[in-house]
Design a protein around this ligand. Structure first.
Ligand code: FES
Ligand code: FES
Length: 162
């Protein structure tokens, strides 16, 4: 029998009260119940990173965790990052440096890059950027642009333009 349980998720600064089957993943809750479809489902098994979101400032594959386990923590999706008229610097950099083609992996790439640059130790080299972004796959092979975008945002943070 289907049993729904109350689940409260705080997404992009807003609380949402839901009734969910406890087996619903965080990814499906975000996409199917809350309409945050910017977060993508690629593999649904932790291998592609398309579903990456921030939970308490840490990047996670939202397909690998249940919604019910992510209550009372701030969740950020791509929709919480910027809007077309006010893009986040990392979103801008992906556009400027051709960090995407079809775009399917892009919100996951960007959320991962935000965690990398804003909540983790900054990467020292392009090799390190590649390694630490290796959980985010891009079937289009936009990797050179992705690495360049991340490097430029890192460098801009180090040397702010006066
Ligand atoms: Fe979650 Fe691929 S959809 S890692
Ligand atoms: Fe197409 Fe990355 S831009 S999968």
């Amino acid at each position: 029998a289907d049993v729904a349980v109350p689940v409260t998720l705080t997404v992009n600064g807003r609380r949402h009260d839901l009734m969910l089957d406890p087996r619903v993943t965080l990814l499906d809750a975000l996409r199917n119940y809350l309409g945050f479809t910017g977060t993508k489902k690629g593999c649904d098994q932790g291998q592609c990173g398309a579903c990456t979101v921030l939970v308490a400032d840490r990047r996670i594959d939202s397909c690998l965790t249940l919604a019910v386990m992510n209550q009372d923590v701030p969740i950020v999706t791509i929709e919480g990052l910027g809007a077309p008229e006010s893009l986040h610097p990392i979103q801008k950099a992906f556009i400027e440096h051709d960090g995407f083609q079809c775009g399917y992996c892009t919100s996951g790439q960007i959320m991962s890059a935000v965690a990398l640059l804003e909540h983790e130790k900054p990467p020292a080299s392009d090799t390190e950027i590649r390694e630490r972004m290796s959980g985010n796959l891009c079937r289009c092979g936009a990797y050179p642009g992705i690495v360049e975008a991340i490097r430029c945002v890192r460098d801009a943070a180090r040397n702010p333009v006066a």
